[in-house]
Write a protein that binds this ligand. Structure first.
Ligand code: ADP
Length: 735
């Protein structure tokens, strides 16, 4: 007994194992897909994070760089402006000192010459483009000298802060006053002043110069701080002196104290320069400021570069980087999706592959089974072929023998079937046609079947084995098909030599019998005629001496002799059928029927029978006299076996077929019981006594012999009491 236990002792079904492994493969495929998805997601995430980090690092690096650059730039600009403004102030200071010196010099050398001083002031003012006025005021604050000064109504500056400082503090030096609206020029100015003292050091007045605040704006505007940059000049108390760009409300702006904590811290710490980032108090714009103290002067210059300016290119870069990043992300997602799709498709294909492999395995096992079945069938077939009493030969499409059974070899005289393989049909059995031509010279049924695939039979041809013995054969050839094409043919044959001999013997003995019957019946008529004529003579000569009984006996003897004569005539007729040496010819049955009706005309008329004959009877190939006898017998019987109290109706017609035509003779007579329908065609077979219907019982046997000589068949149908229909077939003309 087969043991299907597994190693662990459990019972296992090999099929289940296969399913399990298949299921495993499929789940493996799904796991593979899952891994693939995870890998893609990890890859995309890692790439995006890396790229994001790179972009972030790059951007923050460039941000720092931009900021450092902005700081450095603002710092340089502040430095340049500081140098520039310091020297501008210094120049003014130098001029004011030289005016003070000039005044001192004139006072020492005599009296102060206003014209000379004014000319001096005018000349020096002209030398300094940064100032709009260079003037001298006396100890009472009245402005006495300088270009455009009117003696008649002097302007008084004693209330000015710088005047008070110079008057009260002998060592004040250069005093930079708070910006004021100049009383003469009516412009915002930064007043610079120096004290005038006499020889004793007493206060004599001030020399002052006004720098127009516009001058600063003008200088500042030359510095490129960008569209939103600012340059601001402030004093030590964080009050704004000048700013570029100048706000609309200049009056409200000048003197405003900046409260930025960074500036407060820087000044408190006493730093002379510093940079910081802060929100603009005026416009809310974030800037990088560089603050620089003017060397020697309590003024600070502040250059602010707006973040939105110096980071403009960084913003552009960021935008580009983000766009590139977005495009890359989209591309990455798109290509990942495509990759995933391809992956899925691949996995699907793999799963299908696994499935089809399983299917292939299943069909392989089916194939193995079917091969086993086929082998068994082949073995059975071989047995059949080996034991068959018919010769069986397989022929390929090229007319070569592919197999042969032992009987085929034996019939043809080959030592074994093997020897026949590979030979053509002509080589193997020199096939001869009915007309004795070699098959290659005429129309060969085997070759035709190989071409058109029709099944063919023949019983008139012959084969010839290697020994040279001619074998008359009956064979059937059928096509072997493979996928709708003829791959060859199978030939089944047997030797009909003995049958032919027997048939010939039968024919010969039949002939002898017929000759004997003919001779016998012919010779029998002679003594019968003698009997008949002597009985008649006896009756005539002894008519008077014979009593009624003797006369009746003589009558019986004469009737018997006459009947015997009729029988012999019929027998003679029967034996004559087929003796004619005339070949068959086309016979128009319409004409035959005309003659028959003419012969039977008086009887038909006498019985007032209605005989209806189709006028489309066929033309057949045959013996006209015999066919005439056939119709005559059948119609005579139809007239004879009628009902006397019923009008007789007879119908003759035909049904044409491709190879044979069927004719019929139908009557409305007494009919024939079904059990006698075969018997009545045998010779001397009658269903009635002479008293009922006269006859010899040869008529239908004669009909049968005629029909069969024409290769046809005859049979009867009908119903007792209703009528009979005799059918018979005759070969169509083209046969
Ligand atoms: P017979 O000389 O007796 O007519 P047949 O050979 O012609 O001999 O007929 C054989 C028998 O078949 C007849 O005896 C008759 O019984 C029967 N038979 C023949 N023709 C007909 C027919 N048309 N109708 C009925 N019976 C028929």
């Amino acid at each position: 007994m087969a043991d299907s236990s597994n190693a662990d002792g459990t019972q296992g079904n090999p099929k289940d194992d296969k399913h399990q492994s298949l299921a495993h493969d499929r789940s493996g495929g799904a796991g593979f897909l899952g891994k693939g998805l995870t890998s893609i997601v990890s890859f995309v995430t890692a790439t995006l994070v890396s790229l994001g980090v790179i972009i972030f690092v790059m951007l923050s690096g460039s941000l720092e760089q931009e900021e450092a650059q902005a700081e450095s730039l603002s710092h340089s600009q502040a430095e340049i402006l500081e140098v520039y403004l310091s020297s501008a102030i210094h120049e003014v200071d130098v001029v004011m000192l030289s005016v003070a010196e000039e005044i001192g010099h004139q006072q020492q050398t005599g009296k102060l010459n206003p014209a000379v001083l004014n000319a001096y002031l005018t000349r020096h003012q002209a030398l300094l483009p940064q100032i709009i006025s260079l003037r001298v005021a006396d100890a009472a604050g009245n402005v006495r000298y300088g270009p455009g000064v009117q003696d008649s109504a002097p302007t008084n500056v004693s209330d000015r802060q710088y005047f008070l400082v110079q008057r009260d503090v002998a060592e004040a030096g250069l005093v930079l006053g708070a910006p004021v609206m100049a009383r003469i020029s009516k412009r915002w100015v930064l007043p610079l002043s120096r004290r005038l003292s006499n020889q004793d050091g007493a206060f004599e007045g001030v020399v002052y110069a006004n720098i127009a605040l516009d001058y600063f704006s003008q200088i500042f505007s030359k510095v490129d701080t960008g569209p939103n940059g600012t340059v601001t000049l402030i004093d030590g108390a964080r009050s704004v002196i000048a700013r570029h760009p100048s706000p609309e409300d200049k009056d409200g702006f000048v003197g405003r104290v900046l409260s930025s904590p960074q500036i407060v811290d820087i000044m408190k710490a006493g730093k002379t320069e510093a940079s910081f980032s802060a929100l603009g108090t005026l416009d809310g714009i974030t800037r990088i400021f560089s603050l620089k103290k003017l060397e020697n002067y309590p003024l600070y210059i502040s250059v602010g570069l707006a973040e939105l300016d110096y980071l403009a290119s960084w913003h552009r870069q960021t935008k580009i980087a983000l766009t590139v990043f977005t495009v890359f992300v989209a591309f990455l997602f798109f290509s990942s999706a495509l990759l995933l799709l391809a992956w899925k498709r691949q996995n699907r294909t793999m799963a299908e592959l696994v499935l089809s492999q399983a299917r292939a395995e299943a069909s392989m096992s089916e194939l193995r089974t079917s091969v086993a079945v086929q082998r068994a069938t082949a073995a059975r077939l071989e047995l059949v072929l080996k034991t068959a009493v018919e010769g069986i030969v397989g022929i390929g499409a090229d007319d070569k023998i592919t197999f042969a059974n032992p009987e085929a070899a034996a019939l043809l005289g080959y030592p074994s079937a093997q020897v026949m393989l590979g030979l053509t049909t002509v080589e193997a059995f020199r096939h001869r046609l009915a007309n004795d031509l070699l098959c290659t010279e005429g129309v060969c049924a085997i070759r035709q079947t190989l071409q058109d695939g029709e099944v063919r039979r023949s019983a008139e041809e012959s084969f010839e084995g290697p020994g040279g013995r001619r074998i008359p054969v009956e064979y059937a050839v059928a096509p072997l098909r493979f996928e709708d094409r003829i791959a060859g043919a199978a030939l089944v044959f047997h030797d009909i030599g003995k049958r032919i001999e027997m048939e010939a013997e039968l024919k010969r003995s039949n002939m002898e019998l017929e000759q004997f019957a003919y001779a016998a019946s012919h010779d029998l008529r002679e003594p019968l005629r003698m009997v008949s004529s002597f009985v008649t003579l006896l009756e005539k000569k002894y008519a008077d001496s014979l009593n009624d009984e003797a006369r009746e006996f003589i009558g019986f003897a004469r009737d018997g002799a006459q009947r015997m004569d009729r029988m012999i005539t019929h027998l003679l007729e029967y034996s004559r059928i087929g003796r004619s040496k005339e070949p068959f010819r086309p016979v128009d049955l319409n004409l035959v029927m005309k003659d028959v009706l003419l012969d039977l005309g008086p009887l038909i008329e006498q019985l007032q029978a209605d005989v209806l004959v189709s006028d489309t009877l066929p033309v057949v190939r045959g013996d006209r006299d015999e066919l005439s006898r056939l119709f005559q017998n059948l119609i005579s019987n139809a007239l004879k076996y009628r009902f006397s109290d019923r009008p007789t109706k007879i119908r003759v017609g035909s049904r044409a077929g491709a190879e044979v035509c069927t004719l019929f003779v139908e009557d409305n007579g007494i009919g024939i019981p079904p059990e006698h329908r075969e018997r009545i065609f045998a010779i001397f077979q009658r269903l009635h006594t002479q008293g009922q219907y006269e006859g010899t019982g040869i008529g239908l046997a004669l009909c049968k012999k005629i029909v069969e000589r024409h290769s046809g068949k005859i049979w009867v149908d009908g119903e007792p009491g209703v009528g009979s229909t005799f059918f018979f077939t005759l070969p169509s003309l083209r046969q």
